[in-house]
Design a protein around this ligand. Structure first.
Ligand SMILES: [Zn+2]
Ligand SMILES: [Zn+2]
Length: 84
């Protein structure tokens, strides 16, 4: 199940579970759409994986399976996208 992390790892912007601007990789590294477009160019800086839009969890499901509240922030990782 997706963790639905609450913020962008690059800019610490809030990304609530209903946000359509949240992007994740296969490991659920979570970024906002703006960082993905302007800084990361669609590639996760942590694992070099593909970033896709995080699906929105319906409210009823969210009540049973709440989103994560653990904020993860790695601003230093966002300027150095893996090139290998
Ligand atoms: Zn961001
Ligand atoms: Zn990743």
């Amino acid at each position: 199940m997706l963790q639905l992390r609450p913020n962008c790892e690059c800019c610490d912007r809030d990304l609530p579970p209903e946000s359509r601007d949240a992007m994740i990789c296969t490991f659920e590294c979570t970024f906002c759409a703006r960082c993905v477009e302007e800084r990361l160019h669609g590639v996760c800086p942590n694992c070099a994986g593909e970033l896709v839009r995080r699906p929105v969890r319906p409210a009823a499901a969210l009540a049973r399976h709440p989103a994560s509240t653990t904020r993860i922030l790695k601003p230093e990782g966002c300027e150095h996208v893996a090139t290998s």
